[in-house]
Design a protein around this ligand. Structure first.
Ligand code: SF4
Length: 453
């Protein structure tokens, strides 16, 4: 990162990050006020928010346990994130937000057939579970509003009770679990330092727990300014080492994109991130950009200053992922990567496959989606190459190659459609691009808020 001399420099990372956060905070505040107006009679949380991802042998649930909203979200961090943009009951300061967590877990387990056994075959072939005592095993991803190990969202005594309830249920029903816990790296460090991970070890082991943490970008400018993550790389590395010391086989979220990047740069950054993470021996959750309402990328998209890459760009991402081969001695999953962001909750207003400015035809976009899913669920490793080559050939035969517009760059008022693979364009440095994009976003904010539903 090119550090400027003064924090008042409009191109300094701190100034740019503050602007990213201010815009995101304003967007989110309006969104939350709208939610409150519509859901003013919402009762306290009796159910977690649940949605599903395809996994081996069926779908598995992703569960957001509801309590207090993610504090990073409230502060305007993590610009593309809408994970915490959910309706919530009016805040009652006298009400303890935590007992409802156990009600939500009990509700989840009471609906076991509906949420687990009717949706997946319970086999998880190729998975190397640490403890397997029964024939059937089910996986789920579990977070608080953002971070399972956040004391603010789920206090330690509730974390323990939640894990115990899963374990007891499994024993009673004759099923094993594979729990993926999402957490902020800083929260995991605290859990390690406080001795909590030691105390939880008798539960983590039989529940086959792994942890997932957001890193987003290896590049500091992209992570700290454009994504506004507020995550020091050393903290992230400490959390990885803690997770590995406890055998929690960490998975890491890596974000493929950014509102200042060209598709080619985005791919380069994915390659850089993967090289960094491969050396650390971790699973990767590659998150594709999408358009979530009331986020900075969506605002910029709405005024033609940002675009999602064309679906064919996924081929470049897949090529990188197929070469990704970390050494993971405690690996539970047979593959090393997952790709998310095509489906999400809250539902995005556009994804790479279906956003309104896409040029690729829908049948081809859907074919691509199938390639991604087949590779991902097939383990996503080199042995898939033959199948991949066949699919890719079939795809290329029928598609012309004029498909790679830049991320939104306004040139003389027109949205740039040049092919980034074939033409070298003089591009501004990232801080200048960020400054330009944020200036446009600040000017357009009020209009966007009036028109976005
Ligand atoms: S990425 Fe995670 S920490 Fe950041 S705002 Fe979203 S939920 Fe919160």
């Amino acid at each position: 990162m090119n550090a400027p001399l003064s924090a008042k420099d409009p191109l300094s990372p701190d100034t740019l990050k503050d602007r990213v956060k201010t815009i995101s905070r304003q967007l989110r505040q309006v969104q939350m006020r709208r939610h409150q107006a519509v859901h003013h009679d919402m009762p306290s949380f009796a159910r977690a928010d649940i949605y599903f991802e395809p996994g081996p042998g069926g779908d598995y649930p992703i569960v957001a346990l509801r309590s207090l909203p993610c504090s990073y979200f409230q502060r305007g961090n993590c610009a593309p994130c809408a994970y915490s943009a959910r309706p919530r009951p009016p805040q009652d300061k006298n009400q303890d937000p935590y007992p409802g967590l156990l009600t939500q877990v009990d509700d989840l387990l009471a609906r076991f057939d509906d949420l687990f056994s009717r949706r997946a075959d319970g086999r998880l072939p190729g998975y190397r579970l640490r403890q397997r005592k029964h024939d059937r095993v089910y996986m789920l991803q579990l977070a608080g509003e953002s971070s399972f190990f956040s004391d603010r969202e789920i206090p330690p005594e509730y974390r323990r009770e939640i894990l115990e309830r899963f374990l007891h249920f499994g024993k009673r029903q004759g099923v094993d679990w594979h729990l993926m816990l999402e957490t902020r790296p800083e929260d995991l460090i605290k859990a390690a330092q406080s001795g909590e991970l030691d105390r939880l070890q008798p539960l983590l082991e039989p529940l086959n727990v792994v942890v997932n943490m957001g890193f987003e970008h290896e590049n500091d400018f992209l992570r700290q300014v454009i994504f506004a993550k507020d995550l020091d790389k050393n903290d992230f590395l400490q959390a990885l080492s803690d997770a590995q010391a406890y055998g929690l086989d960490p998975g890491v979220f890596l974000f493929a994109g950014g509102f200042i990047l060209t598709p080619q740069e985005a791919l380069q950054q994915v390659a850089q991130g993967l090289a960094f993470l491969e050396a650390k021996g971790v699973f990767v959750n590659l998150m594709l950009p999408n358009l979530q309402a009331f986020t900075l990328p969506d605002l910029l998209y709405s005024v033609g200053h940002y675009n999602l890459p064309e679906p064919q760009w996924l081929m470049g991402v897949l090529n990188l992922l197929l070469d990704y081969a970390p050494h993971r001695p405690d690996a539970i999953t047979p593959g090393h990567w997952f790709m998310g962001g095509l489906v999400a909750e809250p539902m995005p207003v556009g994804s790479i496959i279906d956003h309104p400015r896409r040029k690729c035809s829908m049948p081809h976009a859907i074919k691509l989606l199938k390639i991604v899913r087949d590779l991902m669920l097939g383990g996503g490793w080199k042995s898939c190459d033959q199948q991949y080559a066949q699919l890719l050939n079939g795809f290329n035969d029928t598609e012309n190659d004029d498909f790679m517009p830049f991320h939104g760059r306004l040139e003389d008022g027109a949205f740039c459609q040049r092919n980034s693979w074939q033409k070298e364009m003089p591009l501004q440095a990232w801080p200048q691009r960020a400054h330009q994009a944020l200036t446009i976003a600040e000017k357009q904010l009020k209009i966007y808020l009036k028109t976005r539903h």
